[in-house]
Structure formats: C-alpha cells, structure tokens
Design a protein around this ligand. Structure first.
Ligand code: FES
Length: 361
C-alpha cells in the first residue's frame, strides 16, 4: 500500500532537487535514494520515469491499449514517437519499444501492445499488468512528424505499424489539419484491425479523412495498384521491414520530390550477397579484439562476445546504441549506405561490418 497518493508523486519532481544535488556531488547514491522513494510509492524515483496504469482496453483480438500516467520525471513526448518499457523477469531486465498512440491533455499517454507468440515482455504486460500497477518507461524517441503544410497525406501502415501513425493522425486532426488524409491499414483479417471503432469515429467526425482496411487474406501484400491514383504529396509509412521497403520502392518510382517518412518495427535483414567473410572487430574501450563476420549487425556480434553495449529498440530508431566508428567500413542496413568516415556516429544495431573495423565501445 503506497504511503502517499500518486498525485503527490507526480508533482514532487521539484522537491527532489536537493537530493539530486547530493547525488550529483557523489554524497548520496541514486540507487539508495530510489530504494527509499520506492517504499513510499512504487512509482517514485529521483530521475527515472515510472508510470501508473490507469486503464486497459482491447482494441483488436491481439492488441491491448494501455493508458499510463507517468511520474513527475516525464518530460513529455511528440506524437509519432515511441518509448521503451522495462520489466524485470526472473532477475533479467527486459525492454521493448512501443509507439505512443495518444498524448492526452492531462499528461497521460497511451501505448498499444500486440501479443507475440513467445514475446516475454509484451505477453507479461498483456496478461499481468493491472490497473494501478506501475511500469518503468524510457525517454521518448523517434522522428516521424506530421507534415502540416502538405496538400494531401497518405498513411500506409501494416499490422502494429498503425500505432505511431494513429498518434500522429489524432493530434493533426484535433489541431485542425484540413487537407485530405487517406489511411491504408494492412492486416490479415478484420479481427486484427486495431482501433477500428476509433478510426470509424474519426472518419465520421473529420470529412477529410478516409480509412481503408486492407485485408491481406483478400488483397495480398502492398502493391502499387492499391495506391494508384493517389495524389498524396506526403507519405508516412510504418510496418515490418519488407512492407516499408516495398513502399519505399514505390515512392521512389513516382519521382516525388518530398522524402518518404518511414519506420519499420522489425530489424532490417542482412543481404545474403554480402557474404559471411571473417573479419576482425576491435572494441576500443573494452580493449577487446574479436573475430566477427559480415553477416550480422555489430550490436549482435558485440553481445555474442560478452559485451553489453547500451541499446533500446534494436531497429535503428532510438539511437541508444549510437557509438563512433573509429576505422573500417560498415553498411547501414536501413539505407544500404557504406559508412567509412573515422569518427562518424553509427548505430550498432543496424551496422554490419564490411571488413576489419574499430568501434568506440
Ligand atoms: S538500439 Fe535503438 S537505434 Fe540501435
């Protein structure tokens, strides 16, 4: 039973300033302060963000929307961004990123979680997180944004790729975006069409919005015919890597001068043509030389060597794994570009070495 109400925890960030000062000077340990604060209320911490679950509702057969109220350390977010959720299971800290589907005026946020066979963290949250429980979340990240000056917008989502686009769409419409918007949502069948009722209600409320559910059981995967005749000047897409690649190819072929905004929630795949040549990876700060290959990202190979580099999404989005390339060449799996500038920042989770490399981890 918490000793103080959550409302007090939310407004306590400023009172903790003296404790932060003592921690910054090394006179107190943050972990010790956090341990005491957590006794007073499970969501109270010096700097870390913990959020209390306010509501949960199923928005598809396999997707649950959670409304969370973060503590006073939350600095806000932008629509279209994502957050990491952290849960400790059997002594192992697991994390996974989820998109913000709504940002409410009272400071609460909404994320949507899809059930994955074998998805330990997602299934734990789906099955066990009850209203009133708390969960740790990270700082928001992600660069998708609404093009407020667009003449028309096309949103292409596959599966849970809908979630960041819904966050963007809701706020744009609320703020009065009046140009035509079309949303195509690819799912296997009607049971997987998340937020169907909300989207229908939005469509009735905003005459400039058209929503087209695309059932892949009937229509197949994304194809150019589905968007033939589209006059969109801006396209935003999110889905698995293969889906986003198809959209990217189509958008590139139209000769459009505005760049595509794209995010994929599954990691890019390594081109098998790149081979599995053995190479030497030097992890400079760890002073470790490891034999590696050109078949998997540096993050994966560093972990296999026993290192624990900081990371979050593992999809090239959150930037948590950014480090410096000190020498050698890597391929960025998102764009296919070769990066070789010494001192250049790279993201370990989407960078595959193309020969011997030295990185600053
Ligand atoms: S872990 Fe998120 S960008 Fe690499």
């Amino acid at each position: 039973m918490p000793l103080i109400p959550f409302a007090l925890v939310r407004h306590s960030a400023r009172w903790l300033a003296p404790l932060r000062f003592l921690v910054a000077r090394g006179w107190l340990r943050e972990a010790s302060v956090d341990a005491v604060l957590a006794i007073v209320h499970p969501a109270w911490r010096l700097n870390r963000v913990f959020a209390r679950l306010r509501a949960r509702r199923w928005v598809a057969d396999d997707m649950l929307a959670l409304t969370l109220q973060p503590n006073g350390n939350w600095r806000g977010a932008e629509p279209g961004q994502h957050i990491q959720a952290y849960v400790e299971l059997a002594g192992i800290r697991l994390s996974r990123s989820y998109s913000l589907t709504a940002l409410h005026a009272d400071g609460s946020i909404e994320i949507a979680i899809k059930r994955h066979p074998g998805g330990r963290l997602s299934n734990r949250l789906l099955d066990y997180l009850a209203v009133g429980d708390v969960v740790e979340v990270g700082e928001p990240f992600g660069e998708l944004h609404w093009p407020h000056d667009a003449e028309s917008v096309l949103l292409l989502a596959a599966g849970s790729g809908l979630t960041p686009l819904l966050g963007l769409l809701r706020q744009a419409l609320q703020k009065g975006f009046g140009a035509p918007v079309e949303l195509l949502h690819y799912v296997r069948d009607a049971g997987q069409q998340a937020f169907a009722q909300e989207l229908q209600a939005l469509q009735q409320q905003y005459r400039n919005l058209r929503v087209r559910p695309m059932f892949s059981s009937q229509l197949g995967r994304f194809s150019v015919e589905h968007v033939q005749g589209s006059s969109a000047t801006e396209v935003i897409t999110c889905g698995p890597f293969g889906f986003v690649s198809s959209v990217r190819d189509w958008w590139g072929s139209t000769g459009a001068d505005r760049p595509l905004q794209a995010e994929s929630f599954s990691p890019p795949t390594v081109n098998s043509e790149s081979g599995h040549s053995p190479l030497l990876m030097r992890f400079a700060r760890a002073q470790q030389d490891v034999l590696g290959d050109s078949a998997s990202p540096l993050l994966q190979q560093a972990e296999a060597a026993g290192l624990r580099p900081a990371h979050g999404c593992r999809q090239g989005i959150c930037a948590s794994c950014t480090c410096l390339l000190l020498s050698g060449v890597v391929r960025d799996l998102r764009s296919g570009a070769l990066l070789s500038e010494p001192g250049q920042a790279i993201r370990l989770c989407v960078s595959v070495p193309q020969g011997d490399v030295v990185v600053d981890i």
